[in-house]
Design a binder for this molecule. Structure first.
Ligand SMILES: [Zn+2]
Length: 309
């Protein structure tokens, strides 16, 4: 099986005014590990298009999109979306449009090529962005834009989104909650930023709040008990992954103790469900992951499984 590897040089142009964990070097670290790993022959590289306004409007309020577009600062200046460290600079809108556009293209490619999966190596990430807000380094909700594109433009009936970033996918939950066409499963450290998800009551949201120091064995047990049976029962037409690798033992953004083998296991379980239920259709989207070496190695572990038959 081949995997479409979708990215764009514009995703490197989004920067903060000073040292920031969500940096362009993250994508370089992934590229470096791809070359080192020998996985390149199984990848098909594609450049991400710009997302369209119509595609964004399936997920975000017009007023939010307008405010983001109008608030883009001039050269050498920065604005912040959440009053904190979610920076927007002169190239940030273009990067965010490529990041969301990558996922739209990934959905198109996977639905047209049943022998392929897709991985979107993009930034800024997306899962903290809700209908009318950006936060947590996220501007547009990339994975949700892709999921809604699959439903609205391709006529799919059911799309599952699995989020294994160490932070709760609060923005994705905000967008998909109570839409029975979507099943959302998010595992995350709790209590922890963004302090949501522990008390959600919605039939299509499965949240797995887990304590600090959660290791691979504990995560696997919870996913096996709560997430995998729900995915099987949901019988999705497409599986999408919010692939955040900041739960890695070496990543000091949070306090999980996962290693590459755990991401490999997660990927294999989700890939297996995709193969049993939807001809292997799977689109994965980069979220967090800030320890550069661990990020690169984890993405390679993830991709090795996605390219398996
Ligand atoms: Zn995260």
């Amino acid at each position: 099986m081949k995997t479409f590897f979708i990215s764009h040089p514009d995703c490197l142009q989004h920067r903060a005014p000073s040292a920031h964990p969500e940096c362009p070097e993250r994508l370089d670290a992934i590229d470096d590990q791809l070359i080192r790993s020998g996985i390149e022959p199984w990848l098909r590289h594609r450049e991400a298009p710009l997302v369209t306004r119509e595609q964004l409007l399936r997920v975000h309020d017009a007023a939010y999109i307008d405010a983001l577009e109008e608030g883009i600062p001039g050269p050498g200046r920065w604005a912040t979306l959440d009053g904190g460290d979610t920076y927007v600079g002169e190239h940030s809108l273009q990067a965010a449009q490529r990041a969301a556009g990558a996922v739209v293209l990934g959905v198109d490619l996977v639905l047209e090529n049943s022998t392929h999966t897709a991985f979107c190596s993009v930034r800024p990430p997306g899962h903290h962005a809700g209908r009318d807000y950006g936060m947590g380094f996220c501007l547009f909700n990339n994975v949700a834009v892709g999921a809604m594109h699959a439903l609205e433009a391709h006529g799919l009936s059911r799309v599952a989104i699995v989020d294994f970033d160490v932070h709760h996918g609060n923005g994705t939950e905000d967008i998909v909650r109570d839409d029975p066409r979507l099943l959302f499963c998010s595992s995350f450290q709790h209590p922890f930023y963004p302090h949501t998800g522990a008390d959600t009551r919605s039939d299509n949201v499965i949240n797995l709040p887990l304590p600090r120091d959660t290791d691979g064995a504990a995560l696997r047990a919870m996913v096996t008990e709560r997430c995998l049976p729900a995915l099987e029962a949901f019988d999705p037409d497409l599986i999408m992954i919010s692939a955040g690798f900041d739960g890695h033992l070496e990543d000091d953004m949070a306090n999980f103790r996962l290693v590459e083998a755990d991401y490999e296991w997660l990927t294999r379980e989700l890939h297996g469900i995709a193969q049993r239920h939807c001809d292997g259709r799977l689109v994965s989207v980069l979220e967090g992951g800030y320890a550069l070496s661990a990020l690169g190695r984890s993405v390679v572990a993830h991709l090795k499984v996605l390219t398996e038959e």
